[in-house]
Ligand binder design. Structure first.
Ligand code: BDR
Ligand code: CA
Length: 314
């Protein structure tokens, strides 16, 4: 199975992605780095450790990453979406494990040496740690097999501004560095994540599971479902981060994902944080631009929900 490094801001949907990656037989989670976004990088590490222990994967190293983003200090997260503690206000059983001593950027670099040529990075928070790792070691991309990120919006609107998605908009400078790094990059944007939805009946199935982590996830989702009620008109939620995890692990296959130029807007105007995706001539989504290594997922072969439930309740 393929080694995966997860960089995250755990986070309700990050929790689902973490559970999916631990439970999927296709991948092996070898390290976790955390970044501020939904909550602080420190709290995200706590949440990740607690979830890993509940998932029976307490040995996976967790490193605390950047508290502040490249151009601005951490602003306190989004407790109205992800709860006071990032995991919907649920008190998870505390893991006896502590974060490792090194930073998330450092752990990523170490893992890239341990798994040279094989390591897949899945990044589902602001891209600060990846940018710091690229700064610290510009040779990093040469040892990475592929990078999959949840972030941005191609044709869809943004979610923190009219055009910016949260992971990109919280640190556009970092996102620009990641997009320019020249590695094999897959972007899983709001265009597809908003179309993959978990419903109340799915949450009830999680609560009824005999897998303890699945039950905890059912509880964690409660608050998140309230937030999404006006968007979907029913108690449900988008599956942003788990979709990126499933695309990386091959559980969901992109059907429309052209390799096209992407520029991250780092200006200070109303476009700040937008992923400007060049989709000219893409009516069928099939025209790869020569020499471009970034692909943007615009459609997938199936809905994630049922597959996600199957993997995390197994
Ligand atoms: C992204 O922002 C975060 O709040 C979610 O965890 C997800 O990574 C969606 O825009
Ligand atoms: Ca996230």
């Amino acid at each position: 199975s393929a080694p995966v490094f997860l960089d995250c801001d755990t986070g309700v949907d990050d929790s689902l992605a973490l559970a999916y990656l631990v439970s999927s037989p296709a991948v092996r989670l070898v390290g976790v780095g955390t970044v501020s976004g939904n909550t602080s990088s420190e709290q995200a590490a706590r949440n990740s450790l607690d979830l890993l222990a509940l998932l029976g994967a307490a040995e996976v190293p967790v490193a605390i990453g950047a508290r502040d983003h490249l151009a601005k200090a951490y602003d306190g997260g989004v407790p109205h979406i992800h709860g006071q503690n990032g995991v919907g206000g649920v008190d998870l059983p505390p893991s006896p494990h502590e974060p490792v001593e090194v930073s998330a950027a450092r752990l990523l670099i170490e893992m890239s040496h341990e798994h040279t040529g094989d390591l897949h990075i899945v990044a589902i928070g602001p891209l600060t740690n990846l940018a710091l790792a690229l700064r610290e070691d510009p040779t990093l991309p040469s040892r990475i097999r592929a990078v999959t990120i949840m972030g941005g919006a191609a044709r869809a609107p943004g979610n923190i501004t009219a055009v910016a998605e949260a992971n990109i908009g919280n640190d556009p400078e970092a996102a620009a560095a990641v997009v320019e790094a020249g590695w094999d990059l897959t972007i899983v944007p709001l265009d597809v994540t908003m179309e993959n939805v978990l419903h109340e009946e799915d949450r009830l199935a999680l609560l009824a599971s005999d897998v303890p982590a699945a039950r905890a996830l059912g509880e964690i989702l409660d608050h998140y479902f309230d937030f999404y009620l006006p968007t979907y008109g029913t108690r449900s939620s988008a599956l942003h981060d788990p979709l990126a995890a499933a695309v990386a692990a091959g559980g969901v296959t992109p059907t429309v994902a052209p390799r096209v130029p992407v520029v991250v807007d780092t200006t200070d105007g109303p476009g700040r944080g937008q992923t400007v995706v060049d989709l000219r001539g893409q009516r069928l989504g099939a025209v790869d631009h020569p020499g471009v290594r970034t692909r943007v997922v615009l459609a997938t072969d199936r809905q994630l929900g049922p597959h996600l439930l199957e993997v995390i309740t197994a």
